[in-house]
Design a protein around this ligand. Sequence first.
Ligand SMILES: [Zn+2]
Length: 376
Amino acid sequence: MFEVIKTEGKARRGVFQCAHGVVQTPVFMNVGTQAAIKGAVSSHDLEAIGCQVELSNTYHLHLRPGNDVVRAMGGLHAFMDWKGPILTDSGGFQVFSLSGLRKIREEGVTFASHIDGRRIFMGPEESMQIQSDLGSDIAMAFDECVENPAAYDYAKASCERTLRWLERCKKEHDRLNALPDTVNPKQMLFGINQGATYPDLRVWHMKETAKIDCDGYAIGGLAVGEPTQVMYDIIDVVEPHMPKDKPRYLMGVGTPSNIIEAVARGVDFFDCVMPARNARHGKLYTWEGTINIKNEKYKTDASPIDPTCDCPACRSFSRAYLRHLFAAGEMLAMRLAVLHNLHFYNELMARIRKSLDEGTFDQFRAEYSGKLDRRL
Ligand SMILES: [Zn+2]
C-alpha cells in the first residue's frame, strides 16, 4: 500500500496506492470542504492544476446534503465527478470548532448544527458510517481536537478517550467495509495522534495508537494556536514512534515553509485551507514570496502573478487584470486566484519530490524554506 522509495535525512519520498489510484508523496491534498473548492473551482479544475488527492469534510456533508444523499448518488467520486483519491476527515475537528453547545461523553458528542441549530449526535461509529457512505479512499478516525493551550489533565483524559474511540472506529470500519453494499469496500483508515503540546502525552498516545493496525497515522491538534516552533518540536518527538512503513499525515498545515520543514521531519501528507483562503483575499504565492494582488503597484503590471508558473491564471492573464477583477468584485478574481495558489502548492510538492529523487532536498530547503513565506 505504501512504499518509501528514497530518504534524505528524515525526509521521505514515497508511493501510496489506494482504491482510486497511486499517490506520489510528499503530497498536498486540495480541500473541497463541501464537495466543491471554494472560489468556483471544480473537480475538473483540480485535475488541470496537478491535484493528486481531494479532501472533503464529513461534518459539512453530513449536515448538507446528508451522507444518505451522497450515498444514493453513488458516493463522493460519482457525486462530484472526481476520479482520483479522496480523503474525508472525521468531522471531529468541526464538531469541536464550529458547532455550539457541544456535550462530550464516552459514547460521542452531542452538538448543535452551525446551519440550523438542530441537535446532532456523532461518535466513532457515526463518523465511520458517514465516511463509508461518502465512499472516500481514506477515512479519518473520530478524535477530539483540543484547543491550545489546554490544561494537562484535560489533554490527558481527552487523548485517552481518543484512543478508546480509535478502537471503536477500527472495529466499525472493518464491519462496514465487509458489508456487501459498501460504496468503497477498500476504504482505508488513518489513526490520529493527539496530546496537545505535552511531549509525554504525545509520545504515550502515539505509541498506543501505533499498536492499532491502521493504514496510516496522522498528527492532529497542531496549528491551532501554538507557536510554530512548538509545532516542529512536537513533530520531532512524535515522529520516531510513528510506524516507518505507513504514511504520516500532518493535519491542517500549513504555509509553504511549514510544509518544507515538516517534510524534513518525516511527514508525507498535508492539507490546509490556507492557500485557497489567502487567494480569496488576494494574497498570492510566488517563488520569491507572497504578494497582495490588490496593491496599487500592480495597477499597470503586465506580468503574470509568477513568471515561472504555468497555471490557468498565469498562462493568460496579467497582474493588472487580476487586480482589476478584485477591485470590481468579479467572481473570476477568486477563481483565478484560487487556481493559482492551489497550483502553486501542488507544484511546491512536485519540486520537493524532485529534490528528494535527486538527493538535493537539503539545498531546496535552504533556498526556499525562508523565502516562500516572506511578504514582497
Ligand atoms: Zn499561476
